[in-house]
Design a protein. Structure first.
Length: 259
């Protein structure tokens, strides 16, 4: 979710920060947060949603998303397409709530908490690391902050299963973070590759198994077997390949080339 900056509480929160909040059908604001919003989708969001809807990633992307090319980095980002009318409702909202609740995107899980990352340096080891931090999004319509249920950011993340999404998406976010430097812009060919590898997991699977990919790269049989049967392993392999094509790390070995 890209929050409106006027609603962002600029106080940076840690995992132990506490707050009171509850969200339930009895509130007058129920589902008001599911309209007129920009929900940024991560690779794992798309895997969960396309499986929930029983469709291939390509069809999901076509029917439910739009692309926005980030001006600064030239990375293509994917957003959930809202209804094309004044209300701009999420396609998955109903009077009863979210119809894809157990597979809702990470940003919906976190709300009303927002999450961001900072690049830091471990001065002792002289290695950069990413520190995640949190903040509140306090929109006028959201009555949940007036409820009397205690949370910490940690217990909220666990309850919403947001930590699982973070764990799976973290290597992808690290790639974005490392590339967020002037001069790292992607040309059109790389933008298309970035899009397929990050979001169109079923096309990426075909690319690995049905194109000349395996004639070109050495991939151990055990890894091939894992990525064939497990979509999360495939996603991690996709992130590795992304690092390779963005020339960040030699994560893959060309056939016939000694190391
Ligand atoms: S995916 Fe579900 S929780 Fe997220 S905005 Fe849509 S209806 Fe609301
Ligand atoms: S309490 Fe906040 S998060 Fe819950 S339905 Fe209302 S607006 Fe949405």
């Amino acid at each position: 979710m890209i929050p409106n900056m006027k609603d962002v509480d600029m106080v940076s929160l840690s995992l132990d920060s506490s707050f009171k909040f509850d969200c339930h059908k009895g509130l007058s604001c129920f589902t008001k947060c599911c309209s007129n919003i920009d929900i940024l989708l991560t690779p794992y969001d798309i895997v969960r949603l396309k499986n929930r809807l029983g469709m291939l990633s390509g069809l999901f992307l076509l029917n439910y998303t739009y692309i926005d090319i980030d001006e600064k980095t030239s990375h293509p980002f994917v957003f959930l397409k809202m209804a094309d009318d004044k209300e701009r409702k999420c396609p998955f909202v109903s009077e009863e709530g979210c119809t894809v609740y157990s597979d809702r995107p990470a940003n919906c899980r976190y709300y009303p908490v927002g999450q961001a990352s900072l690049k830091k340096m471990n001065e002792q080891l002289k290695i950069p690391y990413t520190e995640e931090f949190y903040f509140f999004v306090r929109e006028d319509h959201c009555k949940g902050f007036q409820e009397d249920r205690d949370w910490t950011i940690r217990s909220w993340r666990e309850d919403q299963e947001a930590a699982l999404y973070d764990d799976i998406n973290r290597p992808w976010k690290e790639i974005l973070f490392r590339r967020n430097l002037p001069g790292n812009e992607l040309d059109e060919k790389k933008q298309k590759a970035f899009y397929m590898v990050s979001y169109d997991i079923d096309r990426f699977r075909d690319f690995v198994f049905k194109s000349g990919f395996l004639d070109k790269f050495e991939v151990p049989d055990s890894l091939l077997e894992r990525i064939q049967r497990d979509e999360i392993e495939l996603l991690h392999f996709a992130f590795s390949y992304l690092k390779y094509i963005l020339m960040m790390e030699e994560t893959l070995k060309l056939k016939g080339r000694s190391s």
